[in-house]
Design a binder for this molecule. Structure first.
Ligand code: ADP
Ligand code: MG
Length: 234
């Protein structure tokens, strides 16, 4: 059974359609998409063990089927540098989530290595009633949310489409490295778009997908947050 099939079974058993960040990343990793390795901790001591193994600094995030925007509830902590800080962060994150949303089921805390800062891009997929799966690409943060500076292509895409998606956003100069900024590895971003296209095409149960953000580097790219929504029972 594939990681996706297992995750879908698990989600259905629990009556949810959204995979957790951890499930989503495992599924994407299996599809060859570069993601930060992420483990679930259900206790503070668990989280220390995982962090020790991953190496510091780490990032910790709330895992709850009822919470989509983790930062909005104080559910994300970056730059955690020691075992003591990990222990404290476990409590702070779970307390903050409970306070923000008393009814939320809390599955635990996701522990992952802190990735070096890159240029934040976002890649998404949603289904158009007429055209089916459509990929979206843009730069992270304000550029997407306020300026809607994004590009779209219908799945499946070819390498040339991937390149065009990247080049046609207004913020493309940022990826080329304006004002002394480092140019991003456009080949790695193309590759990521192509792999997502293939993944989506092969897995029609995937209803929606969000990699937000992906860090684009001089060499390579890495998704640090991921969310997959699957269709209900079929
Ligand atoms: P949210 O549910 O709020 O979208 P994210 O997982 O995207 O939560 O985390 C919020 C922000 O924290 C990200 O936009 C990114 O800037 C930073 N971040 C998250 N995970 C990592 C990581 N592993 N390494 C470095 N920065 C990270
Ligand atoms: Mg995010």
């Amino acid at each position: 059974m594939s990681t996706l099939t297992k995750a879908i079974d698990q989600a259905r058993t629990e009556g949810r359609t959204a995979l957790t960040e951890i499930e989503s990343k495992r599924v994407l990793a299996e599809a060859g998409i570069p993601v930060v390795e992420t483990e679930l901790a259900t206790t503070a001591e668990d989280s220390v063990e995982i962090a020790d193994k991953a190496g510091y600094p780490v990032v910790m995030k709330i895992v709850s089927p009822d919470i989509t925007h983790k930062s909005d509830v104080g559910g994300v902590k970056v730059g955690i540098g020691s075992a003591d800080e990990v222990r404290a962060a476990f409590k702070e994150i779970t307390d903050a989530a409970r306070k923000a949303q008393a009814s939320a089921t809390i599955s635990g805390v996701a522990v992952q290595k802190m990735a070096p800062q890159g240029t934040e891009v976002i890649v998404g997929m949603s289904k158009d009633p007429q055209f089916g799966p459509v990929l979206m690409f843009g730069l992270g943060g304000v550029l997407v949310e306020v300026l809607k500076d994004v590009s779209f292509r219908i799945v499946p895409i070819e390498r040339r489409d991937a390149r065009e998606m990247i080049e046609e956003i207004k913020a493309f100069p940022v990826l080329q490295g304006v004002r002394g900024g480092e140019p991003a590895d456009l080949g790695a971003l193309e590759e990521l778009l192509l792999k997502l296209s293939a993944f989506v095409e092969a897995n029609p149960q995937v209803a929606e997908l969000d990699l937000n953000p992906v860090f684009a580097y001089k060499d390579g790219a890495l998704a640090v947050d991921a969310r997959i929504v699957v269709s209900g029972d079929e």
